[in-house]
Design a protein around this ligand. Structure first.
Ligand code: ADP
Length: 301
């Protein structure tokens, strides 16, 4: 039995319906999306926990109910009396999607205020998963606390998995973003970046340069996603390339990377090889980009 803890922010998602000025409420967020797919891919005996902070209002309660209903462990979710959860709204104009966010004061920003609850959540876990968005929403001291706690977890034999998910708008400066992301890579066993973002903010010439940078930072395994391009893996310095699954008509790329990460991790946890795990990850991501929305039912559990 494995226990996996995903750490980050889940938000209310308001998505337009086909009726004018009508929105459907859902819940999404990068690390939660990955947890959601992991829950569907892993056997029932494995635990997938979500670690975050929410408010104590009705909307926060609905989110925790949603997480629990979807099979995610919520025992360690922190409750804050003075905050609520973040929200984003998807607007559709002439077929183009744009996003507006209300998350500046979200409860999730306090998830690493104390090391105790974090350590408790990681107790008995084999894998901890977090992202650059998890880091971006935290005050500087809390970010350091999170990385320290994850570093401890790794030193005690846990596996730390990190997706840089670079979002410059969530950071005060791009320097702070790149420095924090490299620091996070330094305490991670596995880093799962997307080359397009990495090229934009680190100036990587190609996926091999991305893999090389994170390997040098200390990651044993780096799997570089690249949209419809070749996926590159670097394991202990050895580079291999893997074909994605061709998709004739891309409908919505939301959560392509998040689902890929879940597919990869679930198969690695199941003892599959890196090539087989990447293949499974690419198959899942291909399915996800062919449908609308972040959480696409895969016909599994
Ligand atoms: P992110 O969503 O994090 O930006 P990418 O765009 O690199 O990540 O995509 C993640 C994975 O999703 C890719 O490695 C690939 O397997 C799959 N994917 C994304 N876009 C496409 C596409 N147009 N065709 C086929 N697969 C895709």
């Amino acid at each position: 039995m494995s226990r996996i803890v995903c750490i980050g922010e889940c938000m209310i998602e308001m998505a337009p319906t086909t009726r004018d000025a009508e929105y459907r409420m859902g819940f999404a967020g990068d690390t939660m999306n990955t947890a959601w797919y992991l829950r569907r891919l892993l056997p029932h005996s494995d635990e997938v926990d979500y670690f975050t902070a929410v408010g104590s209002d009705a909307a926060s309660g609905q989110m925790v109910d949603f997480l629990a209903r979807e099979g995610l462990g919520t025992a360690h979710v922190l409750r804050r009396a003075d905050r609520t959860i973040g929200l984003y709204m998807i607007q559709l104009q002439d077929g183009e999607r744009s996003f507006s966010y209300w998350r500046g004061q979200s409860a999730a920003r306090t998830l690493a205020q104390d090391a105790g609850p974090l350590s408790d959540a990681l107790d008995r876990a084999q894998v901890a998963y977090f992202s650059g968005i998890t880091l971006a929403i935290l005050p500087q001291a809390d970010r350091a606390r999170l990385l320290d706690t994850l570093g401890q977890f790794r030193a005690n034999g846990g596996e730390v998995v990190f997706d840089p998910n670079l979002r410059p708008r969530l950071w005060q400066t791009t320097e702070e973003m790149t420095a924090s992301v490299m620091q996070a890579a330094g305490i991670s066993d596995t880093v799962l970046p997307s080359h397009e973002d990495e090229a934009a903010w680190f100036g990587d010439a190609d996926p091999a340069a991305t893999a090389d940078r994170y390997s040098k930072a200390g990651a044993r395994t780096v799997v570089v996603k690249n949209g419809p391009g070749q996926i590159l893996a670097c394991q202990d310095g050895t580079i291999t390339e893997h074909a994605p699954v061709a998709v004739a008509e891309v409908v919505d790329t939301t959560a392509a990377g998040d689902s890929f990460n879940a597919g990869y991790l679930a198969h690695r946890i199941d003892g599959q090889t890196i090539p087989r795990s990447i293949q499974a990850a690419a198959e899942l991501a291909a399915l996800v980009v062919r449908s609308r929305g972040a959480l696409v039912s895969t016909g599994g559990a």
